[in-house]
Each structure stands twice: as structure tokens, then as C-alpha cells.
Design a protein around this ligand. Structure first.
Ligand code: ATP
Ligand code: LTN
Length: 332
């Protein structure tokens, strides 16, 4: 397919800690699958990470490791534009213009803001509040047709669309209206210790989440300890959130439907099922960890790749940004 006719895809991930199985199944795995069919752009959203307090040395190392992990997953800098958000200044610049076209009330409704401000009550900063505007700028600069994210980001995508529609109506056509692309299975992976909550790397209970870079023994141990129920059957049900979550994970990894998984394990015990889930997860993540361990040792090569990626990204971003500036009435 020629480049021109391919639809465009953009997504970003924060370098705010160890990435989890939730990040993998809800977002990253899809990025990989989209590389062939679409023109793809992926970034490490480091500007977003400082909406909560970060230790500088740790943040720096997490930016490198998140970029290395994207490579280890199989994202290919030849086929995808892969960069670090702060290296392309148009993100922050467009965010300012967009924030002057976004209402306070729209931001105040965002559930992630409500959750995060409750969690970080000592640091409810303005950046945390306007985070979705920066995210809208990330997206709109590259005019993507689709944005692959987990279900928790749906509300932010809707706001990005609203901001784009309003801007185009006020000033003339600048932005493409993007659609969220949310996977059918794995869009919301739940905590292994409390299946009412989403799996999150910031959860203090380390048994509640699996890191993409956990070793096999750790992965198996965490699945063995996963909270289930005392009823015994392996099937999807509102009353069996723990088991339903494990079925989702198994389906998302193997590509089998929930019904197929239920059949496969009918009559089996929870112990066997948990072990099987642990095994498929460990087998899928193992090779990624192996590649990561190698890639992370070559810092110079990582720097070469993300600098090149930023140059490529900025060529696209600058065009959209200048067009938006002109429409608003700035002198170029
Ligand atoms: P935190 O959990 O610390 O608030 P996060 O993991 O939600 O952070 P990101 O790292 O920016 O934040 O998320 C990257 C992508 O992973 C997003 O597309 C998000 O929707 C997806 N994602 C995050 N957690 C899950 C989950 N438990 N299940 C499915 N997808 C998820
Ligand atoms: N807020 C997002 C990360 C993110 C993003 C983006 C995702 C920042 N900018 C642009 C898609 C498109 C999250 O996933 N937590």
C-alpha cells in the first residue's frame, strides 16, 4: 500500500514507572499490530509524567527504559515514528493555544483528574488539571485517524475530539477528528488482588500487578496468588470478577474467545487455571524482556534513534502548529 493512502495512527505512553500487563494488553500490543496497516507515530509522554511528582534521576532512567521497551516489543523506528514528547516543543506550544479554547468545566468533569487529585491531595497542580489538553495537542498535531488506548482513556479522547471540532468551527479546518481504538479484549485489565480496580503500576500492593519485565517465576507467583472466589467454576460472570479478569487476560494473550477458554478449562480447578494463565503470560513476555535487557545497554543507539524520531515527528508537527497559529491570527 502506498504511504499516502494509509490511515494514520498515533499513541503515547507515560514513562511513569514499570509498565504493566495492563499497559501491554490495553495499548502496546495493539500498537505493534497496527504497524503494517497504518502510518504509525508513537511517543513517550514525558511531559505528562510530571503532573505527579517525579524524582529527576528516576524520571530520566524511566524515559530511556520506556523507549527501549517500545523497541523490545517490536516497534520498528524504520516503520514508525518513535520519539520523546518533550523533544518536539510544538506539543507544549499547541497545548497553550488549545487550553485557551477549552472550558474549565470540561476539564473539571474528567474522572482521571478526580481520581488522581484524590490520590495526590498534596499536589493538585494546574498541569494535572489541564493534562487532557496536552494530550489533545499530542494527538491533533499528527492528524491521526485512530488513537489506540485502553478503556480508561476514552473520556480524554472524547475531549480531544470536542476541542478539535470546536477549533475547526471557530477558525477553519486545521485538525482531523480522531477516533479512539479500544481493543475488544484486554481494554481493562483488573488488579490481581482487587478485581474491582484497574491494574495499575502505582498500586502499592506489588502482587496486584504484573510488570512487562517481571521474570517467569515472579509472574507465575503473582498469578498463583491472584484473588478469586470460593465457588469453583471457570466462567465469566459479574459475581466472579477475579476469574473473569483471568479469562480476559488468557483470551487477550491467546486470541481465544471467552467461550473457548471456558470450554478448555471446564471441570478444572482454579490452581490449574491460574498456573496456565501465568504460563501463557510469561511465555509472551519472556522474549520481550530478553530483547529489552540487550537494548537498554546501548544508550548511544537509543539516543540516535529517539533524536532521529523527534526530527521526523517535528516535520509533521510544525506544519500543523503553524497552520493553527495562522488561523488564530498570530504573525509568523
Ligand atoms: P497509572 O496506572 O499509573 O495511572 P496508566 O498506566 O494508566 O498510569 P499510562 O502508562 O499512560 O497510564 O497508560 C498507557 C496506556 O495503557 C493507556 O492507553 C491506558 O489506557 C492503558 N492502560 C493502563 N492501565 C490499563 C489496564 N489496567 N488495562 C488496560 N489498559 C490499561
Ligand atoms: N494520558 C495517556 C498517555 C497519553 C496519550 C497521549 C495517549 C499522553 N498523550 C496521546 C494517546 C494519545 C495515558 O494513556 N495515560
Amino acid at each position: 500500500m502506498c504511504e499516502e493512502s494509509k490511515k494514520r495512527v498515533l499513541s503515547c505512553i507515560q514513562p511513569s514507572g514499570m509498565l504493566t500487563l495492563g499497559n501491554y494488553l490495553g495499548a502496546l500490543k495493539n500498537w505493534l499490530n497496527m504497524q503494517d496497516e497504518f502510518e504509525t507515530t508513537f511517543a513517550v509522554a514525558d511531559l505528562h509524567a510530571i503532573t505527579v511528582r517525579q524524582e529527576p534521576a528516576k524520571l530520566r532512567s524511566q524515559i530511556y527504559s520506556t523507549y527501549a521497551l517500545m523497541l523490545a516489543l517490536g516497534l520498528d523506528p524504520e516503520r514508525s515514528t518513535m520519539f520523546i514528547q518533550s523533544h518536539v516543543p510544538e506539543h507544549a506550544q499547541l497545548a497553550w493555544i488549545l487550553s485557551c479554547n477549552t472550558q474549565f468545566g470540561e476539564m473539571a468533569r474528567m474522572t482521571q483528574f478526580k481520581d488522581k487529585s484524590a490520590k495526590h491531595a498534596d499536589n493538585i497542580n494546574v498541569g494535572l488539571f489541564s493534562y487532557p489538553v496536552l494530550m489533545a495537542a499530542d494527538i491533533l498535531l499528527y492528524k491521526p485517524d485512530y488513537v489506540p488506548v485502553g478503556a480508561d482513556q476514552k473520556q480524554h479522547l472524547e475531549i480531544a475530539r470536542d476541542i478539535a471540532i470546536r477549533f475547526n468551527r471557530l477558525y477553519g479546518d486545521v485538525f482531523t477528528i480522531p477516533d479512539a481504538y479500544i481493543p475488544k479484549t484486554g481494554a481493562r485489565v483488573m488488579s490481581l488482588q482487587d478485581p474491582e480496580k484497574k491494574m495499575s503500576k502505582s498500586d502499592e500492593n506489588l502482587n496486584s500487578w504484573v510488570a512487562i519485565l517481571d521474570d517467569k517465576d515472579t509472574i507465575i507467583r503473582k498469578f498463583k496468588r491472584a484473588v478469586t472466589d470460593s465457588e469453583g467454576g471457570i466462567y465469566v460472570s459479574e459475581d466472579k470478577k477475579g476469574i473473569s479478569n483471568l479469562i480476559t487476560i488468557y483470551s487477550a494473550i491467546t486470541g481465544k474467545t471467552s467461550a473457548e477458554v471456558e470450554n478448555e478449562f471446564s471441570g478444572k480447578g482454579y490452581g490449574d487455571f491460574k498456573l496456565a494463565v501465568g504460563e501463557v503470560v510469561a511465555d509472551e513476555l519472556g522474549p520481550i524482556k530478553q530483547r529489552y535487557d540487550q537494548i537498554i545497554t546501548d544508550k548511544a543507539e537509543l539516543e540516535r534513534l529517539f533524536r532521529e524520531g523527534a526530527e521526523r515527528a517535528e516535520r509533521v508537527a510544525r506544519k500543523t502548529y503553524f497552520k493553527a497559529m495562522k488561523k488564530v491570527g498570530f504573525v509568523l
